[in-house]
Design a protein around this ligand. Structure first.
Ligand SMILES: Cc1cc2nc3c(=O)[nH]c(=O)nc-3n(C[C@H](O)[C@H](O)[C@H](O)COP(=O)(O)OP(=O)(O)OC[C@H]3O[C@@H](n4cnc5c(N)ncnc54)[C@H](O)[C@@H]3O)c2cc1C
Ligand code: SF4
Length: 284
């Protein structure tokens, strides 16, 4: 791709899908920008409980800029993540592989041996997310085990696979996952607050992963792409607005530092796409 563009790829959203795409594209040598409308959270910034509405719920119109987004549609309510790191900030930290029945579903069974096809990708994802088995058994686990036994499926109870660093509780150590390329981490203190946001640096969120190569611009908190449109030169102009007065200054050229300013970056138009990007438009 030509060097006259600011970015080869612009990724909207820094969750599991966006972050991984951006990292892999950057590893291939592309210049990648990531736009994220949520806040950038440090460990100590997460809410101590869900009652801290401002830091837990994402409803910017009400001044709430937390990590938990609730979107109501006519017949369905969707909960999802928000913030640099997307759903990884507040997801429940459990990481399972699909069971055999999934791979042999009649819808796709004939297309490939999916269990074998997907195995290397599961391996890569589990390595990147530091997946391990939670060995302790707390009161909730005991109740689940007892209930399973009571209804006759006790043998299906098994410990949970989680993306957590189980070092010495609360003790900070150098990056244990990526040969020193990742951030320092602390051992899980078993507080059970994974879905509020881990304040201890033990949860393996996307922001705790190996740094992207420098050609991948870090995600920019509070950048809300309000419009992506074609411009005459055969590129897209991307316009952002920042909704938060208190947010730290955005860290990429692809973001706007104030509410009123807009910024243009040039990225190639993927043909044949020449219309508005529906995903971006939907989020205005
Ligand atoms: C409470 C909760 C618990 C969960 N627990 C688990 C679990 O234990 N195990 C599991 O496997 N899965 C779990 N999930 C599901 C998992 O989190 C999602 O499947 C996953 O995060 C989806 O990844 P994604 O990349 O599609 O989107 P996300 O990770 O949600 O990332 C999307 C990102 O895009 C940003 N964004 C959206 N629109 C725009 C826009 N217009 N401009 C800029 N940025 C934008 C959002 O702010 C967000 O950061 C849980 C989900 C929730 C909500
Ligand atoms: S320290 Fe608490 S919030 Fe962090 S991973 Fe462990 S249980 Fe979850």
């Amino acid at each position: 791709m030509g060097r006259e563009f600011d970015y080869d790829w612009l990724v909207i959203g820094s969750g599991f899908g966006g972050s991984v795409s951006a990292l892999r594209l950057a590893e291939k040598g592309y210049r990648v920008g990531v736009l994220e409308c949520g806040r950038r959270y440090r460990d100590q910034d997460f809410a101590k409980s869900a009652w801290n509405l401002r830091r837990y719920f994402w409803m910017p119109r009400l001044g709430l800029r937390g990590i938990f987004r609730v979107t109501a549609f006519k017949d369905v309510l969707i909960v999802s993540g928000s913030g640099v790191g997307g759903g990884s900030l507040g997801y429940a930290n459990t990481l399972y592989r699909a069971r055999p029945a999934f791979f042999t579903d009649p819808q796709w069974e004939d297309l490939a041996d999916w269990e074998r096809e997907l195995e290397p990708h599961y391996d890569a994802a589990e390595r990147m997310l530091g997946v391990t088995t939670y060995e302790d058994e707390g009161p909730a686990d005991q109740l689940l085990r007892e209930y399973g036994e009571e209804i006759g499926v006790g043998e299906t109870f098994q410990p949970t696979r989680v993306g957590t660093f189980f070092g010495e509780p609360g003790r900070e150590v150098d990056d244990p996952y990526f040969g020193g390329e990742g951030p320092q981490r602390s051992g899980c203190v078993h507080c059970g607050s994974c879905m509020i946001g881990c304040r201890y640096g033990a949860k393996n969120t996307l922001v705790k992963k190996r740094s992207a190569p420098t050609s991948c611009s870090p995600s920019a908190g509070s950048a809300d792409p309000s419009r992506v449109c074609p411009i005459a030169s055969g590129t897209w102009s991307e316009r952002t607005r920042s909704r938060s007065r208190r947010s730290p200054p955005p860290t990429t050229a692809a973001t706007s530092p104030s509410r009123s300013q807009s910024h243009r970056v040039s990225i190639p138009i993927p043909t044949p796409m020449s219309r508005w990007s529906p995903m971006v438009e939907a989020a205005i």
